[in-house]
Design a protein around this ligand. Structure first.
Ligand code: C2E
Ligand code: CA
Ligand code: CA
Ligand code: CA
Length: 274
């Protein structure tokens, strides 16, 4: 009924109401989905560029919605963050990822940690318990963090990152270069890895600026003694250029898509076959 009122203000209000209702519906469905086990984790391999061996995997959450099919994390993660649901969901992903990867030989697992989870005072405890329960050594868990953690309380973020480093975890700076303060963030916090955002990798075909930017980020990592992983590698040309620039690790659809633990098992045994 409201939708038929075309007066400017009420139309806008109806639009707002609809968005709010959609938001609530999505949250209800997410809560139900968590209870019903509709969420699961896929793993996308990261390869050492020089040897083409799998060095680790990134854990990526998936939602198999009973009516809508697969819902993209780009759609539900922001809503989960706004509502706080990311805290239980993120914990479930972390525990699943640790348990799954403990069943593999040497590879490490990278888990995305939302800034909202980062503000949860129980985060360090939850991580310690996930490692312990899975029997996974801390050095095989890498946390992928975006500069969103800086926004509220940089001092607390620094303390938390310090404690995680002491435990032996590795810290990766996700989506490097897409935010406003990537550089100061890199100076102020003890990162072990920089992940170059897909946006820059897709700019590699530009022999001028595009390539220069990627080259500079890789050089920055080398000067700081920090590993660099390029994400979103989709073409052989991109891979060839990243090899030439001596980017340490590569990840992308060209090499492997996110996959189930069973598929990862097959890929790993293929890689080992003589
Ligand atoms: P991200 O952390 O930057 O993750 C990489 C995204 O790029 C993944 O999308 C992956 O599937 C996609 N990708 C990998 N290789 C390629 C490629 O060659 N080409 C293209 N076009 N895409 C590629 P996905 O799984 O849809 O996740 C989107 C975002 O949702 C992630 O971006 C991350 O920010 C968030 N996310 C996913 N899982 C989790 C999670 O468990 N916790 C949190 N907090 N965030 C998550
Ligand atoms: Ca990531
Ligand atoms: Ca990323
Ligand atoms: Ca991203």
């Amino acid at each position: 009924a409201k939708r038929d009122e075309r007066g400017g203000y009420s139309f806008y209000a109806a639009d707002q109401n609809e968005r709010l209702a959609a938001h609530r519906r999505l949250l209800d469905e997410m809560r139900r989905g968590i209870r019903n086990g509709e969420f699961f984790v896929e793993f996308q391999p990261r390869f050492e560029t020089s040897s083409r061996r799998i060095r680790g995997v990134e854990a990526l959450v998936r939602w198999a919605h009973p009516e809508r099919g697969r819902v993209s994390p780009a759609e539900f993660i922001p809503q989960a963050e706004r509502s706080g649901l990311i805290i239980p969901l993120g914990e479930a992903v972390l525990r699943d990822a640790c348990r799954t990867i403990a069943g593999f030989d040497a590879i490490s697992v990278s888990v995305n940690v939302s800034p909202v989870q980062f503000r949860d005072p129980r985060l360090v405890e939850i991580i310690a318990s996930a490692l312990d329960e899975a029997g996974l050594p801390a050095h095989r868990l890498e946390l992928e963090i975006t500069e969103g953690i800086l926004i509220e309380d940089a001092e607390r973020a620094r303390q938390t990152l310090g404690r995680l480093k002491e435990m032996g975890l590795r810290l990766a700076m996700d989506d490097f270069g897409t935010g406003y303060s990537s550089m100061s963030y890199l100076c102020d916090f003890p990162f072990d890895v920089i992940k170059i955002d897909r946006k820059f990798v897709s700019g590699l075909h530009d022999p001028g600026r595009g390539r220069a930017v990627v080259q500079a980020i890789i050089g920055l990592g080398q000067s700081l003694g920090i590993g660099v992983t390029a994400e979103g590698v989709e073409t052989n040309d991109q891979l060839a250029m990243l090899m030439q620039l001596q980017c340490r690790e590569v990840q992308g659809f060209l090499l492997a898509r996110p996959m189930s633990p069973e598929a990862l098992r097959l890929l790993e045994s293929d890689a080992k076959a003589p």
